[in-house]
Design a protein around this ligand. Structure first.
Ligand SMILES: NC(=O)c1ccc[n+]([C@@H]2O[C@H](COP(=O)([O-])OP(=O)(O)OC[C@H]3O[C@@H](n4cnc5c(N)ncnc54)[C@H](OP(=O)(O)O)[C@@H]3O)[C@@H](O)[C@H]2O)c1
Length: 182
């Protein structure tokens, strides 16, 4: 069985869609914080299980029988490491054969604050000994849409990156990649 955490999120839903192209729905576990938000997935035959990063009991039961797991990083910046560790511990207990994790571009060398917990999570995964694939995703292209109203009004995208460059892709592309890895 295949499981995706954060499966009611924007990326998670796209990963489930991508998996459904090749995997029968009854072999896919949507591991979600709130099962009520995933009723549409239940209707399509996907197995929906409660999996809250801050409640280890839910994770243990959510990952029972799972072979391949995608851990989608938590939205809770500064506080996600213990949550990720809980998922990794549950994956170890479940004996998964593969864990994939949505990390960040250059997580090992980036000076960005956001990189810290991604790097630490990568280290916890490595220490677990589980076979793993680290998906060092770049920026979501969709993030730029937040600046679209101002850009349309003033005719320019304005930022403070100086000569920095973005390496971005659409969420759907990252989702397709994650599904392919699983
Ligand atoms: N690469 C980038 O540019 C970029 C940008 C922003 C974020 N990210 C990272 O990528 C991840 C996925 O992005 P996204 O756009 O799919 O984010 P999103 O739409 O906000 O989805 C986040 C998912 O995490 C779930 N979640 C939050 N707290 C949880 C908890 N305690 N236990 C279990 N699930 C929990 C949410 O559950 P509910 O559905 O119940 O709310 C939601 O399904 C983010 O969480 C963040 O770590 C990357």
């Amino acid at each position: 069985m295949y499981a995706v955490t954060g499966a009611t999120g924007q990326l998670g839903r796209l990963v489930i869609e991508a998996l459904l192209k090749t995997i029968p729905a009854d072999r896919i576990v949507a591991a979600v914080r709130d099962p009520a938000k995933a009723s549409d997935l239940t209707e399509r035959g996907v197995i929906v299980r409660e999996a809250d990063y801050s409640r280890p009991d839910t994770l243990r039961s959510a990952l029972a029988g799972v072979e391949k797991l995608l851990l989608i990083s938590s939205t809770q910046v500064s506080g996600r490491l213990p949550r990720h560790r809980t998922v990794i511990d549950a994956a170890t207990a479940a004996g998964v054969s593969l864990i994939a994790y949505t990390s960040m571009l250059h997580a090992d060398t980036s000076p960005a604050m956001l990189a810290i917990e991604h790097r630490q999570t990568e280290e916890v995964i490595a220490a677990s000994g589980l076979p793993a694939v680290i998906l060092r995703n770049g920026w979501y292209t969709e993030n730029h849409l937040m600046a679209l109203p101002a850009a349309l009004e003033h005719g320019a995208f304005v930022g403070a990156a100086k000569d920095g460059r973005f390496s971005s892709a659409a969420r759907r592309d990252y989702a397709e990649a994650a599904a392919a890895v699983l």
